[in-house]
Design a protein around this ligand. Sequence first.
Ligand code: TYM
Length: 332
Amino acid sequence: MKRVFSGIQPTGHLTLGNYLGAMRRWAEVDQYRADALFCVVDLHALTVEHDPARVRRLSRQAATLLLASGLDPERCTLFVQSHVDEHTRLSYLLECVAADGEMRRMIQYREKSEREAARGRSVRLSLLTYPVLMAADILAYGTDEVPVGEDQAQHVELARNLAARFNQRYGSTFTVPRAAVPKVAARVMNLQTPTSKMGKSDASGLGVVYLLDEPDVVRKKVLRAVTDSGRDVVYDRVERPGVANLLDILAACTGGDPEALSTGYASYGALKKDTAEAVVEVLRPLQQRHRELCADPGAVDAVLRAGAERARSMARPTVDAAYRAIGLLPAF
Ligand code: TYM
């Protein structure tokens, strides 16, 4: 059986982009077809200025939302990254095969370090080494496939390179993983600035649909989405990014094809209305289940405890093998 691993950062409230680009496939496809692990990567949330209490709260909320989205702890392993020491143990070894230059070339590092600097904050060293920790997350589990949105493909490519380099230098230790990016909704865009990704951190929040937004808030945000000049509904991601984004979202929510859907609309208004309702319907069962789970936080804790135990026992043999391969004396 294939091994699948993916993760999500508790740096903000989870978004429709997270759901359509990643989480939905984890719940609907990956946990059934593979030996799958899903991780709330809390250590990654410390790479930018953070509020400790908020990270803790968002970690629990992310885990709860993953369960609400349909992850079944009987079918997959759900856990919190900092509960399994193997990630940081392996990360250091991988830092010893990664090069400074390849870290600085990472698009997300460049974007996020500029954003931190623009806010007058110093750039944490961990922001630079973040993709190495992400590689450790993946490689510790002998992962074959990493289901992610498009923005993470470069990081998975780095994990591939580090695995291959380590294997070549120190002997075959890691499975070389590959990214699995969805065909539709690989990059859901911000509704107000459809040339940028719909991300968790958005100053106004108007362009971002959060998974816990009330139906009326979702409607308001989608109906106010920025569309392009022109009136006809055509699917063109370059010339008409606003309309294309709505078509992508509608297609992802209804299972259609964005280009084919475009022919059914004569105006932007009708497209927005249908898209808003489609999003509300996709979020409805998830929000209902989230409310139920919040009433029983002990059950979520129990899932995370069992998940961490299972993850630890899966990661330890690979990480121990890497310690031996790279030349460290085994502990007596
Ligand atoms: P994160 O937390 O930013 O996002 C989690 C997942 O959601 C996808 N995603 C999107 N997909 C489509 N459109 C969007 N607007 C959108 N926004 C987010 C992301 O591609 C991702 O799949 N570095 C990772 C977390 C991570 C990880 C890992 C992932 C840490 N270790 C190991 C896979 C394997 C991140 O920041 O994802």
